[in-house]
Design a protein around this ligand. Structure first.
Ligand code: 3H9
Length: 694
């Protein structure tokens, strides 16, 4: 018998206890143990009722995702749940931590559910590209109605215990010790001869005749490209329209289809990759960390303000420094406005706005930074400005303080040399809007100390970010690849494509927007300044002038001026092709003696994407990123690369590295452009018939 689940008698109640750290996932051994212990409990004459509970930090948090894709081993989870539901003794699920996915499905197989206040329940399978496949789509609608079940299953978000009680997923909240409370609850039921409560016997109600078609419409835009949310809707529909056993069969079919889909494979890859990036190769797990209790941000602009909000949100006091009083006041007012807008949407309370604002302390003086543990500089992207800031920080900050720069392209090693303590300096590259985007590219300099890296990686998680460690090079990982794609997008337009055509191809691949809409959103002046800086610093490697430089010089800076590559109507972010820009592009082609040609969508896709794959391979080769999964996580969380494609390099594997290598070589031959010189890594993988992931 499995030793991952145990049975014992507590007075007159049998307790089935799961012990499979870290999250009590329902692997084969746990499933086997659950069945064996249930049978033991049923055979135990002294047990009047049964309680199922998880040891350690949580009730089972789901099926064991690592088993997906491997040959199935019995007992299957739906059968385990069915056996619990068929029990002729009352079974109570006692929930703490997170009862997710298969975990909640087991609980739904029980007659009653009790939970501690801090517990969460949910069916997050959709986030892994699958659906609840152990009866969740059939039992939840029967328990709480189809509308609410759709909301829980299709969004996949955890539901707090208090809300679960209101919905009827949970029957009672336990104030003190969970096991004690659950035993008392079970005893009360047994003493009162409470009837069995099998959810399968309930009828699922559909409150609105158009519920399913309306629900599908409501998610169409947000869930574009995903398969699982739409399958979830079909499964819930089956719960309403079919008898239980037939509904279960339908759920099985839909589940099986999703499990082998490329979308689910990609989404599961992202689940593990997101956790793997936190484990830095070569950095021992027990590397000491510095205490971070007080932070400072230099610069109260959009970026600085957004960065400061992350710390306030996590309850960490943060000073924010500007040199001019009006800029400081403006920055603080913007932060307050952002919080107030969030409160208006009901996501935080008015009190939370005040609590967070109270953690943000404005200052005009560097001398106020003498006690901070970490400073993040977020000023203008110019080396002279950075030099002035870091010299000041070196002067005022206490020994051991971490000095970080939010630069998106500049050389962190050079910035470190502006101080007498380069070992304390590293990059923390936030993505705009900094309080929203989950990615944090943490840039390790040549001299950055191990404990500084460990501290910053740990802090990333503390403030709700996915931190990825990268090395120093122009643009690091994300922007370095992005700039290559942007240059290619511009070149495609030079040759005859329209900006709208290029954008559509990448939008159709699954990006939230195309490269030109993206530069309009970020502000065309951002890229312009970077190019100008490069033209000054490294003219041999700087990009030649193109029509986008001219746009900026004419004041077309993007959405903020309602005109960039596209036009924008007031208060509307929809990009509209601009005849003015078309004329400018035509003039540019004429000046350059370019005869515009028809460019196919396939060519756009290959050139924009393969250039990134090749650059990604160079980045790996140079050790700027440690693993393909680091590159993929950066693209997912920093640039909205579709999760259901798993990241740029995971996607490359699905196309075939050999196919990509052949095209890259062909483009190199045709253009002689260095950017198309195949990375040695790409060539090797192609020759060995391998992908980035083996
Ligand atoms: C499902 O249930 C399908 C069924 O409907 C149908 C079946 C027929 N499996 O996130 P953390 C690992 S689908 C295997 O850092 P936290 C994780 O990789 C499942 N491993 O901790 C990590 O490993 P490592 C539906 C899992 O406290 C370690 O546990 N359930 C699983 O921040 C700690 O994880 C879900 O989708 C798993 N299910 O968050 C829930 N879960 O230390 C997925 C975790 O080696 N899990 N691991 O890197 C989560 O959302 C979070 O892990 C949780 C804890 C909230 C539970």
């Amino acid at each position: 018998m499995s030793d991952l689940v145990s049975y014992r008698l507590e007075g007159d109640i049998g307790v089935i206890s799961v012990n499979y750290p870290p999250v009590n996932a329902l692997g084969q051994g746990v499933r086997e143990g659950l069945v064996a212990c249930l049978r033991q409990g049923l055979d135990d004459d002294q047990a009047k009722a049964l309680v199922v509970i998880g040891e350690g930090r949580t009730f089972p948090a789901g099926a064991d995702i690592r088993e997906f894709g491997k040959p199935p081993q019995g007992p299957a989870l739906p059968d385990v749940v069915a056996e619990y539901e068929a029990s002729d003794k009352l079974v109570v699920a006692a929930i703490h931590g997170t009862a997710l996915g298969g975990g909640l499905e087991v609980a739904l197989g029980c007659d009653y559910r009790v939970a501690v206040d801090s517990a969460k329940v949910g069916l997050p399978e959709v986030k892994l590209g699958i659906l609840p496949g152990a009866g969740g789509t059939q039992r939840l609608p029967r328990l709480i109605g189809a509308q609410k079940a759709l909301e829980v299953i299709v969004a996949g978000n955890p539901v707090k215990a208090k809300d679960a009680l209101e919905l009827g997923i949970v029957d009672e909240l336990i104030g003190g010790d969970l096991l004690e409370g659950a035993l008392a609850f079970a005893r009360k039921l047994a003493a009162g001869n409470a009837p069995l409560r099998r959810i399968r016997d309930l009828q699922a109600k559909k409150e609105d005749p158009d519920l399913f078609s309306n629900f599908e419409k409501s998610i169409a835009r947000k869930q574009r490209g995903f398969k699982a949310p739409f399958h979830c809707i079909k499964a819930v529909q089956a719960a309403v329209e079919l008898p239980f056993d037939e509904g279960m069969k339908r759920e099985r079919e839909l589940f099986a289809e999703l499990l082998v889909s490329p979308e689910s494979r990609a989404q599961r890859h992202v689940f593990f990759a997101e956790r793997e990036v936190a484990k830095v190769p070569g950095l021992p797990k027990d590397t000491p960390k510095r205490d971070i209790n007080q932070v400072a941000v230099i610069g109260a602009g959009t970026m600085g303000g957004g960065i400061a909000m992350n710390f306030a949100n996590a309850g960490i006091p943060v000073k924010i420094l500007e040199v001019k009083e009006d800029a400081l006041e403006k920055g603080i007012a913007v932060i307050r406005k952002n919080y107030e807008n969030t409160a208006k949407k009901g996501r935080i309370t008015a009190q939370q706005v005040e609590d967070r604002m109270a953690l943000i302390q404005p200052t005009l003086s560097y001398d106020d930074l003498s006690d901070v543990d970490l400073v993040i500089e977020a000023v203008f992207e110019n080396m002279d400005v950075k030099k002035a800031v870091f010299s000041e920080l070196d002067r005022v900050c206490k020994p051991g303080a971490i000095l970080a720069t939010n630069t998106s392209t500049l050389d962190v090693n050079r910035i470190a040399e502006f101080t007498q303590r380069p070992e304390d300096v590293m990059g923390m590259h936030f993505f705009s809007p900094a309080n929203v985007m989950k990615l944090l590219e943490n840039v390790r300099g040549e001299k950055t100390a191990d404990d500084v890296v460990a501290t910053v990686m740990d802090l990333s998680r503390r403030i709700g970010k996915v931190g990825v460690l990268v090395g120093v090079c122009h643009g690091f990982v994300g922007n370095r690849m992005l700039h290559k794609r942007q240059a290619e997008a511009i070149q495609l337009v030079n040759e005859g494509a329209s900006p709208a055509q290029v954008d559509k191809v990448l939008f159709d691949l699954g990006f939230p927007m195309g490269p030109f809409a993206m530069s309009d959103l970020a502000g065309m002046d951002v890229g312009y300044r970077i190019r100008e800086e490069l033209r000054k610093e490294d003219p041999d490697n700087a990009p030649p002038r193109n029509w986008t430089d001219e746009l900026v010089e004419q004041g077309r800076l993007g959405q903020k001026t309602q005109a960039g590559v596209f036009d924008y109507k007031e208060g509307d972010r929809t990009p509209v092709p601009s005849s003015e820009v078309d004329a400018l592009i035509a003039k540019f082609r004429e000046e350059q003696g370019i005869q515009a040609r028809e460019v196919s969508d396939q060519e756009i896709l290959e050139r924009c994407m393969y250039v990134m794959v090749n650059e990604g391979a160079k980045i790996l080769e140079e050790g700027i990123a440690a693993r393909p999964l680091d590159v993929d996580v950066i693209w997912i969380y920093g640039y909205g690369f579709p999760v259901y494609r798993g990241g740029v390099l995971f996607w490359a594997d699905s196309v075939g590295v050999k196919t990509i290598y052949d095209k890259v070589s062909q483009f190199h031959k045709e253009t002689g452009n260095d950017v198309w010189k195949p990375a040695a890594l790409l060539e090797n993988l192609a020759n060995e018939g391998k992908g980035f992931y083996g």
